[in-house]
Design a protein around this ligand. Structure first.
Ligand code: NDP
Length: 290
């Protein structure tokens, strides 16, 4: 594996985290400390791991963090009351409600109740709108992490043709908006697209966010493409199970200029960008309060 070809998300995320830690230290010297509240409702094991990792990582970079664990039978009204109190808590600059919410809760209503300035996931319609207008707003963490890897790998992205496979609100759509903002020509494809392979073959940059193991093969890519694989899929293996992306890494490796592995590519960037967003949110709020 030549290091320049396998895009090392662990190393890139360590760099982001150390930059954030440095800037948090500078804020602390001015008497301020960024604070992050992570809210988890219910007992979903995967969500528990995500939340624990976010809180641990925050502590590592000097961000004050609080975990709010609510029982699975918490009412929506109680959740909204908690968010309201966090919205008004001057020690908290970022609020993250771990998804998915328990059945019966209205996800849109809950996410819209977060103060957009504290919306470190970037899911509030005000931030989504701001992103599509090209304003500087809090941006969803996974696509922001992908952009960071792309800039590290390619430098200026102007004029490149980027194809994004998948149009979810969490990854595909914000990814397309960020690539457009970086002056790419953007094609967004999805399950209803015709002739996806042909569209992908024209990509200078291909971002896969589908959730289908090893869907993208060598003959879908032009020679020298840069591939960002967001997919995380668990498949059966000799030793039990293993994680693979949406791109068939081994199959495409000789065809591409650079590619993110799964795991160890986009995954580690997401949490690093959450810390970056919390720092940015704190800065925005502190400068408004002055
Ligand atoms: P969603 O299921 O919300 O969206 C998947 C998208 O892929 C949809 O837009 C869907 O199209 C499209 N799609 C499905 N099948 C096909 C197909 N055969 N051809 C073309 N497009 C297709 O998933 P997410 O965006 O939330 O996540 C995508 C993947 O990324 C998952 O594997 C997830 O685990 C991973 N992920 C990783 C993160 C990380 O930190 N690395 C963070 C978030 C997600 P349509 O809209 O038409 O249904």
């Amino acid at each position: 594996d030549a290091p320049f070809k396998r895009i090392d998300g662990k190393r890139a995320s360590a760099r982001v985290l150390s930059e954030v830690a440095e800037q948090v230290k500078q804020l602390q010297q001015q008497g301020a400390q960024p604070g992050l509240a992570v809210v988890l409702i219910g007992e979903d094991p995967a969500s528990q791991v995500y939340v624990r990792n976010k809180v641990l990582r925050a502590a590592e970079v000097g961000i004050y963090s609080l975990e709010h664990k609510l029982a699975a039978d918490t009412t929506q009204a109680d959740l909204l009351a908690l968010i309201d109190s966090l919205n008004n808590d001057p020690q908290i600059h970022g609020i993250l409600v771990q998804l998915p919410l328990p059945e019966g809760m209205d996800e849109t209503r809950v996410l819209e109740s977060i103060n957009p300035l504290k919306d470190v996931d970037g899911f509030h319609s005000s931030n989504v709108g701001g992103l599509s207008q090209g304003r500087k707003v809090l941006t969803p963490c996974t696509p922001a992490g992908c952009m960071r890897l792309l800039h590290d790998t390619c430098g200026d992205l102007s004029g490149l043709h980027a194809v994004v496979v998948g149009r979810s609100n969490i990854v595909g759509k914000p990814m397309a908006a960020l690539l457009l903002q970086a002056n790419c020509s953007v094609t967004l494809v999805h399950s209803r697209s015709r002739d996806i392979e042909r569209l992908c073959r024209d990509a200078d940059i291909l971002v896969a966010a589908v959730g289908r193991p090893k869907m993208i093969k060598r003959d879908w890519l032009k020679s020298g493409a840069v591939v960002i694989d967001v997919g995380i899929n668990r498949i059966a293996s000799d030793s039990g199970t293993r994680l693979v992306g949406d791109v068939d890494y081994e199959d495409v490796y000789d065809q591409v200029a650079a590619i993110t592995p799964v795991p160890g590519g986009v995954g580690p960037m997401t949490i690093a960008m959450l810390m970056q967003n919390t720092l940015d949110a704190a800065r925005m709020q502190l400068s408004k309060g002055e």
